[in-house]
Design a protein around this ligand. Structure first.
Ligand SMILES: [Zn+2]
Length: 1058
């Protein structure tokens, strides 16, 4: 998948700090249990008892006793084991895996490798509401009948499966362990003549009888004698009467029940209103990382690949889709209300890729050149918005077939758009699921960046069909490779979809690389590869490091090797490990074999990918290369780790690194605009560069490092930009601007030098350097916020932007955005207008408020119209226009916007309307929005969107502090509502905590102490605290001098003008 919304970052750039590891290996997960209401009541009860006791024993009982008793009580509460034994009188205490106060160990959470699953046959009847009448007790549940075929690698008398919140049979004779008939016959004759056949068929066999031919099999003689369901370990454990024999294959059969989830995990319910306002329902799955066990007892770890065969029984009026192609569709069952659909067997795959959906969605269909069937599904009213994804999906599948040089392994690819998805999209093999806004496209409502986002998500998820699905990581600690690779490929794939119009290779520098630099410069970063001991922790690693640093490091390796060799190595890797698992060393070794002969490392030996990659992946952070002149002819390069805040302290375990925070740095550089062959920096190195030559390092921004030059060299570069900026490529110009401003932010370069680089911008026509410059300036703008000194900043910035702003063709904005070949120009226009208005330029604000009145308020007076239908505001300016309408409007403007928000059915427009509401300057309205979004029982704002309402509110000077206070005050409600949906809880933490003063730091620190139990395992809090401290330091060091400097500059300009 996914990324806090596989591309949540696209919409919410400040989420770049969204990172996340909640629980460190081995630490308790007691937080999950302690805070339920029941437990609190019990604790309260214990407290009262103790209090009475304390009175009775007149202070004889100390606080120590109280705490001990309370702890015992908690430990009892935490024990959720439900043992079922064939011998009721037997004492189970030995069998129950008791949970210590430290929680289960990583080893306890893993499955043993004694049994290897080969094949699952699952029949599942899904009681999804809204289609036929369902008995009350069955509503929102499912019945499963399961057969698992497995091989025995080590003799054992136990079967262990992952299972969570499922109802397994308590009668032990309901479990059957079978063998293929021939084996069974043979065994009966030779092995054990005394065993008897079961008298009746098991119920799972009965269900499977409806029309399917399964291989004949008979009883193995082995029986289940005890079953323990351990919800803490998320396992069901079956003790057997005999030992399963090595190298034999068995079938394990039983029926079970479960409930359809409402928190976007496992098999969950999603709902939407159709055009008549009627509620519609669908059931869909989200299994990554470890939610398959909530729908089916299985070997739920990525390395246990197996074939899945599914039969879905679903209500009349719905259709069923799964990973594999359907065989029989919508066939009648004995019950008039129910039909069934069967599917071909899947290819061997990991359980986290299992997917199914029961819905009333419609689809459009096409075929790739090689004949893969592609279908795009959506709710019927949005079916016209699926065409872009269909064409894009076909194109990019064909592109990947060529790039990977491997034919698409499946006969079909479905992609479905859902109103609810915990994250942006999920790459289930053959059935990719998306949030609607990332799959659908409607030219009348989508701005260019939103169209690009849809293409990017399709390209990302389809890249996974090979890298991730065909070849899968062995364990979650290589998730970064999976996601980093899909991130790298999504840029190529999106270029394939847009025929190069989106210029993704350049965009990478602004997008992924920028995100990665930002996050990895923090002391609370983490290495790409680090031990993830249980799958739950993996929830927390879907961050900018995993995706964007992963992509950036792989891109650097690709640049070193050369595209052709990298691609060749990749094809070998995918072929070698297809239908199987691999780890990063396997990839590095295969890539190393493809390295061309002449490619050397810093030492002169043949370049070895594994050796090069280790320091980049196993220690956090990245270097800043410092360039200084030694004499007239020579320069010297050295390196140190770059941190945005030198004072920020790492956690103890990260203070030292095996590689001493040094890296082998590939140096791509140009002299006077001419690129030279790559060289290496190991510790320090010297180059012959005469002093009049202009040298620039990291050209093309290919390396994952920053570069700082001594003052005179920066001056030379600034002069070169002024004289002829095109001598330096646009990616390199962007790199220079980004490095200079970030170094200034970190106190490693004076702001005057950084700002001097912007002097040439009035000649700049390319998007990339502008985008970086505007973004870096925004960092300063955010610090100045609504302080009085912001006027000086405005006076300095306005003249810089005025020239390109004046060139914007407002007349054609409502059509020019549709021209993909102007993609970068379109983005630049929108960003310049946004910046100009944010600097309170009167002309800009006037134009935008006029648009609000004439192109939104007036045409949208039609009763019951949705804003996506009536608004004629040019699409790229809609978000801004709606925002200023509310910001400078009256209460009735807010109310009108709210009504449109409630009515809107297109996600991207609805997001805009919500963003506009968040622009309000009325504190009462801010609080109303917060209460609405925080209410876990209301779906006015969908669960997936709740944190982004908080985020949007923090974007205004009045909203930020209110959100911060509200979050601290309502933490326990948020925690209790979302502790089972950590992805969303963590997003709340990241978006809610902002500030730049000591008071903010004190408040947060105090909050963390008083709420230690629920916050200590959430790394997101540590990351936010670091950011607050960095902000305060910046304010202490830079605010006053910079304000004075801006003021002086503005005065100087005024004098010059006179
Ligand atoms: Zn992904």
């Amino acid at each position: 998948m996914m990324k806090p919304a596989e591309n949540l970052f696209i919409q919410e750039p400040s989420q770049s700090d969204a990172s996340v590891r909640v629980r460190k290996p081995g630490e308790t997960k007691s937080g999950r249990v302690i805070c339920s209401l029941n437990n609190l009541l019990v604790l309260l009860f214990v407290f009262v008892v103790i209090l009475l006791a304390a009175v009775l024993f007149t202070f004889l009982l100390s606080k120590y006793h109280f705490e001990r008793i309370a702890e015992t009580e908690k430990a009892q509460l935490k024990n959720n084991n439900q043992p079922i034994s064939s011998d009721e009188s037997q004492d189970n205490s030995e069998e129950i895996i008791s949970e210590t106060s430290h929680g289960p160990t990583a080893a306890e959470l893993r499955l043993s490798k004694a049994l290897i699953p080969l094949w699952y046959n699952l029949t599942i009847k899904i009681y999804v509401p809204g289609f036929v009448e369902i008995p009350k007790e069955k509503n929102l549940t499912f019945d499963g009948a399961l057969t698992i075929k497995f091989r025995v690698d080590e003799p054992t008398n136990k079967i262990e499966l992952n299972s969570l919140k499922l109802g397994l049979p308590s009668v032990l004779s309901d479990y059957a362990i079978l063998e293929d008939s021939l084996v069974a016959l043979h065994r009966r004759q030779t092995d054990d003549a005394n065993r008897t056949k079961p008298k009746t068929k098991t119920s799972s066999e009965a269900i499977n009888d409806s029309g399917e031919k399964l291989p004949p099999r008979g009883p193995s003689g082995v029986k289940v004698v005890k079953m323990i369901q351990n919800e803490t370990l998320e396992k069901a454990m079956f003790e057997l009467s005999d030992t399963l024999k090595k190298d034999q294959e068995y079938y394990f059969q039983f029926v079970y029940k479960g409930t359809i989830d409402t928190n976007l995990a496992g098999l969950y319910l999603t709902q939407y209103a159709d055009k008549n306002g009627a509620q519609r329902y669908a059931a869909v799955t989200q299994m990554q990382p470890n939610y398959a066990r909530r729908m089916v007892p299985c070997f739920d770890e990525p390395e246990f690949k197996a074939v899945w065969r599914l039969k879905i029984i679903h209500p009349v009026g719905s259709s069923a889709v799964s990973n594999a192609k359907e065989i029989l569709e919508n066939e009648e069952t004995e019950h008039l209300d129910w039909i069934y659909t069967t599917f071909e067997e899947s290819l061997p795959m990991s359980s986290y890729l299992l997917a199914l959906c029961v819905s009333d969605f419609g689809f459009v269909e096409g075929n790739t050149k090689r004949g893969t069937r592609v279908r795009i599904w959506s709710r019927k009213e949005a079916i016209n918005e699926t065409v872009y994804a269909l064409e894009g999906g076909k194109k990019v599948l064909e592109f990947y077939e060529d790039y990977y040089n491997i034919t698409f392994p499946l006969s079909k690819q479905d992609m479905m758009a859902f109103p609810d998805l915990a994250l942006g999209a999920m790459e289930n093999w053959g059935l990719v699921t998306y949030r609607e806004k990332y799959l659908l496209y409607n030219s009348k409502v989508y701005a260019p960046s939103q169209k690009q986002a849809a293409a990017v998500l399709v390209a990302h998820e389809l890249a996974h069909q090979w890298f991730g699905n065909l070849v899968t990581m062995k364990w979650w600690d290589d998730l970064w490779l999976n996601e980093g690779f899909a991130t790298l490929m999504e840029y190529r794939g999106t270029d394939a979809i847009s025929d190069g119009a989106f210029r993704m290779e350049e965009y990478f520098v602004y997008d992924s690389q920028g995100e990665a630099f930002g996050r990895d410069a923090r002391a609370t970063s983490h290495p790409l590869a680090f031990p993830i001991e249980n799958a739950e922790d993996v929830n927390e690693v879907f961050d900018a490091i995993t995706y964007d640093k992963g992509g950036s490091v792989l891109r650097m390796i690709r640049s070193i090797m050369g595209e052709e060799y990298f691609q060749k190595g990749l094809t070998t890797y995918l072929n070698k490990y297809r239908y199987s698992n691999a780890d990063h060393t396997d990839l590095w070794n295969t890539l190393s074999e493809a390295v061309p002969e002449g490619l050397k490392d810093w030492n002169g030996s043949k370049f070895n990918v594994d050796e090069f990659a280790k320091p980049w992946t196993e220690q956090m952070g990245f270097p800043v290369v410092y360039v200084r002149r030694v004499d007239k002819n020579r320069i010297e390069l050295s390196q140190k780790r770059f941190k945005i805040d030198e004072d920020a302290k790492e956690q103890l375990k990260d203070r030292n690194s095996k590689w001493g925070y040094k890296w082998d740095v590939p140096l791509w550089y140009s002299v006077n605009g001419e690129e030279k062959p790559m060289k290496w920096l190991h510790e320090t190195t010297q180059f012959v560069i005469p002093e009049n030559d202009v040298v620039v390092f990291n050209v093309g921004s290919r390396g994952f490092y920053r570069v700082n030059y001594e003052q005179d060299m920066w001056k030379q570069i600034a002069a070169q930009l002024m004289k002829n900026h095109t001598k330096i490529t646009s990616e390199t110009r962007a790199r220079l601007l980004d490095d200079a401003f970030t170094l200034a932010q970190a106190g490693q370069l004076d702001y005057e030098t950084a700002l001097s680089l912007t002097g040439y911008l009035d000649k700049e026509t390319e998007y990339l350097p502008w985008a970086i410059a505007l973004e870096r300036v925004k960092v300063i703008q955010d610090y100045f916020d609504d302080e009085p000194e912001a006027d000086a900043l405005k006076d300095y910035l306005l003249p810089l932007i005025t020239k390109p702003f004046k060139k914007i063709d407002w007349e054609h904005l409502d059509t020019s955005y549709l021209n993909d070949s102007r993609f970068f120009e379109n983005l630049l226009d929108a960003e310049l207008i946004d910046k100009m208005c944010s600097l309170r330029d009167e002309n800009c604000i006037e134009k935008v408020t006029e648009l609000y009145r004439d192109s939104f308020v007036y045409p949208c007076q039609i009763r019951n119209a949705q804003s996506s239908q009536c608004s004629v505001v040019p699409v790229p300016l809609r978000a801004l226009t709606y925002c200023y309408g509310v910001k400078y409007g009256k209460e009735k403007d807010f109310d009108r916007m709210f009504e449109f928000f409630m009515k809107e059915s297109i996600q991207v427009e609805r997001d805009r309307l919500m963003s506009a509401l968040a622009c309000t300057r009325d504190t009462h309205a801010v609080k109303k929005l917060l209460v609405m979004a925080a209410n876990m029982n209301s779906d006015v704002v969908r669960l997936q969107d709740k944190p982004s309402v908080f985020f949007k509110l923090t974007l205004t000077p009045i909203g930020g502090p209110i959100v911060f206070e509200f979050f601290l005050d309502h933490w326990s409600e948020l925690y209790n509502g979302l502790k089972d949906q950590l992805t969303i809880l963590i997003r709340f933490i990241h978006v809610s905590i902002s500030g730049k003063t000591q008071r903010h730091i004190d408040e947060l620190e105090h909050f963390l102490v008083t709420n230690r139990n629920t916050t200590r395992n959430l790394d997101a809090f540590k990351q936010r605290l670091e950011i607050l401290k960095t902000n305060k330091n910046w304010m202490d060091n830079n605010f006053k001098p910079l304000a004075q400097w801006f003021k002086a500059q503005a005065e100087q300009r005024r004098t010059e003008e006179l």
